[in-house]
Each structure stands twice: as C-alpha cells, then as structure tokens.
Design a protein. Structure first.
Length: 178
C-alpha cells in the first residue's frame, strides 16, 4: 500500500485543525471571585492658629467707658475626624513692656468667644485664665473648620487704670478629640 505525500499532508493538517479546535473550546470553570478591601483610618487631629497677634486698643475715653475689642477673622482652623473640644489658656497675666515694665493687668479682664466663620453664633464669653478652659465644646468632626475669635474688655474696668504702654500675655489653644 502506497501512501502518498498528499494523503499524509492532508491527514496531518486535519489532525492539527482538530487539535486547534479542541484546544479553543471553553470549559466554564470558576466565574466569580472575592477580594478583601481594607481601609485604615488614622485619627486626624490638628489645630492651626492663623492669626498670631491680637491687638486690643484702650486709647480713648469711649474704650475705657464701654470696653474695647478685636475680632480675629479665621483665627483658628480645626481638623478632626471625630468630635472635638478646643481649649484656651494664658501663660499668666498681661505683663507691661518697656514704659509699662513692672505693671500688670489680670488676664481675666479679657473675654474670648469663638464662632464658625461666616456665622454670628458665638460661644458664651469666657474670661481668660491660666487654666485650660473649653472655648468650643463637642464640635462635630470636620476638616479645616474655620473659626473667628472675638476678644473684648468690659467698660469701666479699673484693671486698665495702669501706666500707659503695651501689655502682653501668650495664649495657648489646644484641641482634643472625644
């Protein structure tokens, strides 16, 4: 029996074609899968004091009689992913500088209030002291929440009947999460 080259070639091609067709047929196996997504939340707690100096003038009869004040717009910027409090304290009384050296004014003569920027809902007035006091209580979590801070004196306050000059104290603001 004689086998021709043409017959062998045809048989090989036919087998190759059958193999290719068989290799490409899909046998459905797994059609879905799972993955685990993990989100790691790191507590964010930050407070920026954006207005570093607060000038309160007591330079006129009206200011001595009615009080004086200064509003620091956007003074505090708070960020927290949890509810928080903002506290304030002084390093002590207002101390006289240069020509007023040796004189002091009780820090409690200055009151402070805060309100979210673009609102007029200020916290109750708080007389400053050397102890931590809660200025903003249980604020809701927020990022970059901006607060205006209002500083004021009351009228006819004998504490301001001192030698003329600059009186300074350093205030420390702090933030704590619940």
């Amino acid at each position: 029996m004689k086998t021709s080259f043409k017959t062998i070639t045809s048989t090989v091609l036919f087998l190759a074609l059958g193999f290719c067709l068989n290799a490409t047929s899909a046998n459905a196996q797994l059609t879905s899968g799972n993955t685990v997504v993990t989100v790691t939340v790191v507590d964010v707690l930050a407070l920026v004091v954006a207005v570093p100096a607060v000038p309160i003038s007591m330079g006129s009869l009206t200011e001595f009689q009615n009080g004086s004040g200064f509003t620091a717009p956007a003074q505090l910027v708070a960020s927290s992913n949890r509810p928080y409090d903002i506290k304030v304290k002084s390093d002590g009384d207002l101390q006289g500088l240069l020509t007023a050296a040796g004189s002091s004014i009780p820090i409690s003569s200055i009151a402070v209030q805060a309100a979210p920027t673009l609102t007029s809902t200020y916290t109750n007035a708080l007389n400053l002291s050397a102890a931590d006091q809660v200025l903003i209580s249980n604020a809701p979590s927020a990022m970059a929440k901006v607060y205006d801070v209002k500083y004021s004196t009351s009228g006819d306050k004998s504490a301001f009947y001192v030698k003329g000059g600059a009186y300074v104290a350093t205030l420390t603001y702090s933030i704590s999460a619940h």
